[in-house]
Design a protein around this ligand. Structure first.
Ligand code: RB5
Length: 148
């Protein structure tokens, strides 16, 4: 059974629950480690928890959500080995899989999207990484954190 991890702050509780339900309908085993109430937490702490859990292994990909998706995606992208795409429509959901092959994607629970998050997730899951020159670019991208 494919496995996915979800983490979130208080700005994306309902969205994270919706994502969990949608992915379970698609046959995923979902490990939701985010907060499930509106009590305030700091998104960098949730990003760190998500990466720690992801690196235990066994996950197809992870999802991180905050109010905008921005703070938590910036935070988790600072952790070596993580490549998180902030997706905002069907086009970016498709192209990030085909070209960037991220191990995390991010959404904003307080955002108004033109496409549903469920449709974006389906597009991401059903799109295929193209490899080739895109893998070469990813290798360069992932080597950037060794420069600092
Ligand atoms: C929390 O209030 C909010 O700042 C957070 O969810 C996120 O939007 C930050 O980027």
């Amino acid at each position: 059974m494919p496995r996915v991890l979800i983490a979130n702050d208080h700005g994306a509780v309902d969205l994270s629950r919706r994502i969990k339900e949608h992915l379970e309908k698609r046959g995923y085993e979902v490990n939701w480690i985010g907060v499930q109430t509106e009590s305030r937490v700091d998104y960098p702490d949730m990003a760190k928890a998500a990466a720690d859990e992801f690196f235990k292994g066994g996950y197809d990909f992870g999802i991180v959500n905050c109010g905008t998706g921005i703070g938590i995606s910036i935070s988790i992208n600072k952790i070596p080995g993580i490549r998180c795409a902030l997706v905002h429509d069907l086009y970016t959901a498709e192209l990030t899989k085909r070209h960037n092959n991220p191990n995390f994607i991010a959404f904003g629970g307080r955002c108004t999207y033109s496409d549903s998050v469920e449709a974006m997730l389906d597009m991401f899951i059903d799109s295929k990484f193209e490899g080739g020159r895109h893998q070469e670019r990813i290798d360069k991208m992932m080597a950037l954190d060794k420069l600092v």
